[in-house]
Design a binder for this molecule. Sequence first.
Ligand code: FDA
Length: 381
Amino acid sequence: MEFDVAILGGGAAGLMAAARLSERGGLSVCVIEGNAKPGAKIRISGGGKCNLTNVSVSENNYLGDEILVRSILKRFDEHALLKWVRARGCEPVVRKKRYYFCPRSAQEMIDILVNSAIETRFFLGDRIEYVRKEQGGFLVTTDKRTLSARNVIVATGGVSYASVGATDVGMKVAESFGIETVPFRPALAGMTLQKEQFWMKALTGISFPVTISVGEKRLREDMLFAHRGISGPAVLSASLYWEKGTLSIDFLDGRSVESLLKGGGNKKIATALPLPKRFVTEFLAVLGVDDKPCSSVTPEEKTALQAFNAYTFAPAGTFGFTKAEVSKGGVACGALQPFSCESRAVKGLYFVGEVVDVTGELGGYNFQWAFASGRCAADHI
Ligand code: FDA
């Protein structure tokens, strides 16, 4: 069997590439997907509603090469994606004034992509094993067949959530062609704690808005105390930028503890601070400060209470690939053309989506990247 384009992986990036190639027409295209149905991660994303993009997307929301990210997003940004989806009868809804979701279910997004890829031959339940170069193109071998293609788009994603079909085959393909890769690490994952922070475990289930600082990055969203450590959107995004070492949490999300205490008068600290009382009580015990009237807080205690604005500690690690929404790392950005994601070294071989060393924060950024990069590769062929 011969194709103009073989797309490896029927997830967000691969399906968008197939949809775009169908729109353009004139090329024979196949998608090879290990699962019995395409779009497994889309189906479970965003709590089953797929957070497909964000009201504001820029290279600043990504860990990855700025030039590549900017160049690809410019060619298919959040407005273009929304227009494309709306033209297919789906009106995404905005939540928290930031995140665009499918109105009813993530299946709507899968249906749009699959129905737009009408000119595509799907090989479902085929496990891709390797890709070889041949005269004028490539040979793609799966556990069931070998087919040839003039161009190959590798859209096999990262290794998080192996339970829904994720594998490292894309990295292996890159490495077999001598293309530089960066090892995958879990990202958008909860974080585990060292024993000095085990007090947080007693707060399981409590959630409130915080600002987390990791290096130069500031992440503002909700944090959730969990059995295994800390989680919630702010922590998940922080895990993207964290490798090792410390991070700092402002539990008051920008409000100064000093002014809140000043305005608290005779109210006790746990009443004056606009935070869940159970959290304040627990944290005061950690700081060695009694829950007393704000007016009687000593200068030493005031210094200790600054930790409400900047609690700095080193997490032990992350919840790992089984819980990480994405994998950071992948095919090195520098190995790809910034306008098409085509390999600089191997003409006709493209890498798109999560298999590339570009990873977004929580909030629809990863789908935006997957859709934009898949589309750019398709446009270039
Ligand atoms: P994706 O993983 O979608 O597709 C790769 C495909 O390749 C898969 O279908 C896989 O089965 C196939 N494949 C892999 N190896 C193969 C092999 N050897 N043979 C054959 N097929 C193979 N992002 C976001 O922006 N908003 C959100 O709401 C969420 N929510 C979310 C929830 C959860 C639980 C997870 C795990 C992830 C998210 N994400 C997200 C992240 C998002 O799902 C992810 O970044 C994109 O799906 C990446 O798209 P890709 O097409 O690159 O990979």
